[in-house]
Design a protein around this ligand. Structure first.
Ligand SMILES: Cc1ncc(COP(=O)(O)O)c(C=O)c1O
Length: 475
């Protein structure tokens, strides 16, 4: 027999104490908190009740099919879907995106080396899809001031190998909505699918628009938009593990489905990447969406929008900081002047109980600090601004993190294609990150690590982080 249940519970609680808090509004990435305790209880009850149900077979679990269709209908209304639209529940934004890319590729078997046109701000999940499905990403620079996709450049990048064109509503890094209308029109003219990634904004933007906000159109109301991904586990404030992928019509979705009768067991029939899938996240999402309804979400969107306004106003009074672009929803990216190191700022904020996410420099764009505001964050914005002002003061005093020249040289000498365990080990030693027995010794402060990664080109960053993950996940 293992441990008694009470002790197991106590251990779970003790382990969670080292995590960033999922609730309370002070974690400004990864988690989304409505601030409504009774909604969380409802969600957890539904999650637990359906945790062992299996979405693999909708005929065996018709309740899951019914809940999925309810959520798809709700989303369809929100996203101006036309008659005949269809949708699928997936495990998250990345899976929705993977399936959109896979379906676009498989709809064009005539194209031998398929491509997709992405603004550089498209989520990294598209690069993962490119890697998994052998679809070449064609990256198009965004406007350097607004950070929105450049429609003319996107149109020019479409060729006879293009199977998909992508836009974001909004982009994760800067929180701005691309000008979808001309992008989708160019795709339609070329006879190519156009996917709008509304994973993070799809449940907020429509309510802001209904309330009068000047949000550019990006839904199925825009001609040429063929599919949209929208996550429930973000701004629908439901537990993790659920997103929706909507297609304008059933024909567009068909290649997403997979069946195999090539073995002696049950005929595998899947609408998603997962086969066995817990009914928990779906049931929890159904419960939360059904409970909150349009009124609930409209109120939460208004709360978050007020929080964003207060935040932007507060940041304007801090001379070392500015907001990148003009955020359209609940996401804000902060930029720093030369006197302020953003990585140090992130550490100082964390020391004061606020988690903000550093975003490394990319092409000619300097690093930024990402803030995803939740409804629960909005009333705390004055507290956040106080912590921000204090943190800026300390970070300016500390000065920028200098990466020692020998470390820069060590990084520069690494070839990402051949980075092996021994080379990574060497780097850990030079960086002072190697503990006993080759274990990682993570520093208290992440600024030196982020500064080091920031001087590495993207391919090397990837190789270093994969080596890091490999170390981190050895038993
Ligand atoms: C715009 C956008 N697309 C896709 C994703 C990926 O979603 P997930 O982390 O649920 O896989 C995210 C996540 O933040 C996102 O912001």
């Amino acid at each position: 027999m293992g441990l008694p249940a009470d002790e197991v519970r106590a251990r779970l609680e003790a382990m969670a104490a080292h995590d960033v808090p999922t609730h309370g509004g002070r974690t400004l990435a990864y988690v989304y908190d409505s601030g409504l305790a009774e909604v969380d209880v409802l969600a957890r009850d539904a999650l637990a009740a359906y945790a062992s149900s299996n979405g693999l077979d909708p005929t065996a679990f018709p309740s899951l099919l019914a809940m999925e269709q309810d959520l798809v209908r709700f989303a369809g209304r929100l996203l101006d879907a036309p008659e005949g639209f269809v949708g699928t529940a997936t495990s998250g934004g990345t899976e929705s995106i993977l399936l959109a890319v896979q379906a676009a590729r498989d709809a064009r078997p005539d194209i031998e080396r398929p491509r997709m046109v992405l603004p550089t701000t498209a989520h990294a999940a598209f690069h993962k899809a490119a890697h998994y499905f052998g679809v070449e990403p064609v990256l198009v620079d965004v406007d350097p001031v607004s950070f929105r996709a450049d429609p003319a450049a996107m149109a020019a990048a479409i060729d006879d190998r293009t199977v998909l064109v992508v836009a974001s509503a909004p982009s994760y890094a800067h929180g701005v909505v691309d000008d979808v209308t001309p992008i989708a029109a160019a795709a339609a003219t070329a006879g190519v699918r156009c996917h709008v990634d509304a994973c993070i904004g799809g449940w907020v933007l429509p309510y802001l628009r209904s309330a009068g906000a000047d949000v550019p159109r990006w839904t199925f109301a825009v001609e040429g938009v063929t599919s949209i991904s929208v996550d429930l586990h973000k701004y629908a404030y439901t537990p993790k593990g659920i997103s929706l992928l909507l297609h304008r019509d059933a024909d567009l979705r068909r290649p997403q489905f997979f069946a195999s009768a090539q073995w002696p067991g049950y005929t595998m029939l899947n609408s998603t990447t997962q086969s066995t899938k817990s009914g928990g996240p779906l049931a929890a999402a159904w419960a939360v969406v059904t409970h909150l309804g349009d009124d609930g979400y409209a109120a939460l969107a208004a709360t978050v929008a007020a929080g964003v306004r207060d935040l932007i106003e507060g940041v304007a009074a801090i001379p070392q900081l500015s907001v990148a672009g003009e955020p359209d929803s609940a996401l804000v990216a902060l930029r720093a002047d030369a006197t302020l190191d953003l990585f140090t700022l992130a550490d100082e904020l964390l020391a004061r109980g606020w988690y903000a996410q550093p975003q490394l420099s990319f092409r000619d764009q300097p690093p930024t600090l990402h803030l995803s505001l939740s409804a629960a964050t909005a009333p705390l914005v004055p507290d956040f601004l106080a912590a921000l002002r204090e943190s800026v003061e300390v970070a300016v005093e500390d000065g920028p993190v200098e990466v020692p020249p020998e470390l820069v040289a060590a990084v520069a000498s690494i070839d990402p294609e051949t980075l092996d365990d021994a080379a990574f080990e060497g780097l850990l030693h030079v960086a002072g990150l190697a503990g006993a027995d080759g274990a990682l010794a993570l520093p208290e402060r992440m600024a030196p690590v982020n500064a080091l990664l920031d001087v590495a080109p993207p391919r090397l960053r990837e190789a270093l982080l994969v080596a890091f993950l490999d170390r981190l996940t050895r038993p």
